[in-house]
Design a protein around this ligand. Structure first.
Ligand code: SF4
Length: 316
């Protein structure tokens, strides 16, 4: 399948044998399922910064806020080597047009959060960030990032994938020079999706769009883009989705018979109680959107935020 979505990824997750022990950490969801829709840009910080395979294992030591990267047995400090390489690698990655990054959890180089940091008594606290992951996230603060372990949680998985698809459309808009009108159209189609994550961000973005003629275009896009990526980071919940579903049901007040209305509300309520997955009310609403040619809802990305083949809304 053709795709314009490029994601950075810790190379061992693709099955590359780059780990300290010569092994890999192949993740089949990432390679076989998500891999059909994205193109991966593999990065192995330890190998790319000049370490061999196999090599001595490493760990973070010292202050969890700015730890050192040290080999476990011989205590060789690799911090400078890693930081020097990482700074030039993130600058290079700017040219790759990445929409996000999937990190290998628990790694002192690649872990995104809760990596063990050891003190001088060899006691560990799970408060660290892998050395490359930290430099990457500081360099690309708005890019969606996740770890392979967290992507096994269906809510976090959908959240991450939704964000990369939204970012891809946002970048397309920025590249196309669609002007102020382009921003208004983008906002209109993403309204319900944003609402399903954060009503506060939805309101704020509405205020930004309302000032579309008063703010210089570059500032307008910058402010909107930041709100967009910050808002979508917040997880959807059954309660937030139920609000959006009820809002959509309101569009069919005139067309549905009382029996159809009752059935729709019943199904939304079953979803609210987490007895059926989100895909069930969404499928019924999509059916009515088609049947009645409801153009505002038809254009809402909320109803088709990512490829159905990913089956992201099939969980309860
Ligand atoms: S976790 Fe990171 S540093 Fe370690 S093997 Fe995988 S990609 Fe390389």
């Amino acid at each position: 399948m053709e795709t314009n979505i490029r994601l950075g990824i810790s190379a061992c997750l693709l099955g590359q044998t780059v780990r300290y022990d010569g092994g890999h950490k192949l993740d089949r969801f990432l390679t076989e399922t998500l891999g059909q829709f994205v193109e991966y840009v593999p990065v192995c910080p330890e190998v790319e910064c000049g370490m061999p395979v196999p090599r001595e294992s490493m760990r973070l030591e010292g202050d969890p806020e700015s730890p050192r990267l040290v080999t476990s047995r011989t205590k060789t400090d690799k911090t400078e080597q890693m930081v020097h390489w990482a700074k030039s690698r993130v600058a290079e990655l700017e040219k790759e047009g990445l929409m996000g990054f999937i990190f290998k959890s628990d790694s002192p180089s690649s872990g995104m959060e809760r990596v063990k940091v050891y003190n001088d008594k060899s006691m560990a606290v799970r408060k660290g960030i892998g050395m490359f992951a930290r430099i990457f996230m500081e360099h690309f603060p708005l890019l969606p990032v996740e770890e392979e372990g967290r992507l096994h949680d269906p809510v976090l998985r959908e959240n991450f994938i939704e964000r990369i698809f939204v970012l891809s459309r946002w970048r397309e808009l920025l590249a196309g020079d669609a002007g102020r009108g382009g921003l208004v159209a983008f906002h209109t189609k993403h309204k319900l999706l944003i609402m399903s994550h954060s009503n506060r961000h939805y309101q704020e973005m509405g205020r930004i769009v309302a000032r579309v003629k008063q703010i210089p275009q570059a500032k307008l896009y910058e402010e909107y883009g930041k709100q967009l990526m910050d808002g979508l980071k917040l997880r959807t919940t059954a309660k937030k989705n139920t609000n959006v579903l009820m809002h959509m049901a309101g569009y069919f007040k005139e067309q549905l018979s009382s029996d159809e209305k009752a059935e729709l509300l019943e199904i939304i309520d079953l979803y609210r109680k987490e007895l059926v997955p989100l895909i069930v009310p969404i499928t019924l609403i999509n059916h009515y959107v088609r049947k009645f040619g409801q153009s505002y809802l038809r254009d809402q990305y909320y109803l088709k935020p990512h490829p159905v083949e990913l089956r992201l809304r099939n969980h309860v």
